[in-house]
Design a protein around this ligand. Structure first.
Ligand SMILES: *Cc1c(COP(=O)(O)O)cnc(C)c1O
Length: 333
């Protein structure tokens, strides 16, 4: 494991390393395209684990030594990262344990077990689960696979940028969903090295976006999490962030923030205009364009990051019904 930031050669190496576990996803042309400015959608929700996080997880596992692989890996995510680690580890014959608190619903536990991982349940909070994972690292020599702030994870996500620019070399703008910043940092390293003139826009919700708040403050800060249609974009970036904060600060040209109502309209458009079923986190590119917060000026691409969506909520959004999110109610269009 390296401590320097990943570079383009790491991303080329990652592309080889993840072959056979993650797939090269297709690109489709969005109905929001204009004749001068096509909008391309990179369909990462078609990864076998349901989200792009498989790229980073598979690369991080591939970079472990044989001894480390035999001792196995651990992580604590209930979401797309946990599923990715479980899926990649099972494919690669590496023992994986996902530590979850007793409060995580059984459906999520079964989903992770179905990917081939062992679930270890401990405590009543995410912190308790993290402590159980830390103990396995110390006592059993397991390796913790973090969801974004790790050079091999970032390099894995960067393969999306490589595929995009090789397939569509005339791209001028990339709209990238932004949370912990592994996706944005990886794509940014690939894209800005291959094509320094490219414009990179990170997009988050306007409440509880840790990377956006941190970039504004000039250092990593903590935020309060609130319910969001783009739930995969929640969570902190870590006060001791080592890679993604610096890379996003140095390489992103702009960060755009969206209201929940704007994300609602984006998700409805993603489905009704482009016939794509995916998470709210993926609809932020559509949302920013429809809200007039991003103007299409030339060939543009956005990443449809995952399909781990609550279908009841999704159905309400695409049929224009109200959706209750914590303290707010979103109204249909
Ligand atoms: C993790 C995730 C993101 C954000 O990626 P980061 O690397 O944390 O910025 C976006 N969409 C989906 C579906 C995700 O699972």
């Amino acid at each position: 494991m390296t401590e320097r930031h990943p570079d383009l050669s790491d991303i080329f190496a990652a592309r080889q390393a993840i072959r056979g576990v993650a797939v090269e996803t297709p690109v489709i042309r969005s109905a929001l395209s204009t004749p001068q400015a096509p909008l391309w959608l990179k369909l990462e929700m078609l990864q076998p684990s349901g989200a792009f996080k498989l790229r980073g997880a598979a690369n991080a596992l591939a970079q472990l030594t044989e001894a480390e692989q035999q001792r196995g890996v651990v992580c604590c995510s209930t979401g797309n990262h946990g599923t990715a680690v479980a899926y990649a580890a099972a494919r690669m014959g590496i023992p994986a344990t996902v530590c979850l608190s007793e409060l995580v619903p059984d459906v999520k536990v079964r989903a992770i077990e179905a990917q081939g991982a062992t679930v270890h349940r401990e405590g009543r909070s995410q912190d308790d689960a993290q402590r159980a994972a830390d103990k396995m690292v110390e006592e059993d020599g397991r390796t913790d696979i973090p969801p974004f702030d790790h050079p091999d994870v970032i390099a894995g996500q960067g393969t999306i940028g490589l595929e995009l620019l090789q397939e569509l070399p005339n791209l001028e703008t990339l709209l990238i969903p932004l949370s912990g910043g592994g996706l944005a940092a990886g794509i940014a390293v690939a894209a800005k090295t291959i094509k320094p003139s490219i414009r990179l826009v990170g997009i988050s919700m306007d409440r509880g976006a840790a990377m956006a708040e941190s970039l504004k403050a000039g250092h990593p800060v903590e935020v309060t999490e609130v319910a969001s249609l783009a739930d995969s974009l929640g969570g902190g970036i870590g006060l001791k962030n080592r890679h993604t904060f610096a890379l996003c600060r140095d390489l992103l040209d702009e960060v755009v923030l969206l209201t929940e109502q704007e994300i609602y309209r984006g998700l409805a458009a993603l489905y009704r205009e482009d016939r794509v079923v995916a998470e709210g986190a993926c609809a932020v590119g559509h949302a920013a364009i429809i809200a007039g917060k991003v103007t299409l000026t030339g060939p543009t691409a956005t990443i449809i990051t995952g399909r781990n969506v609550d279908m009841d909520q999704f159905t309400r959004v695409v049929t224009g019904q109200p959706v209750k999110l914590g303290d707010v109610t979103l109204e249909g269009a």
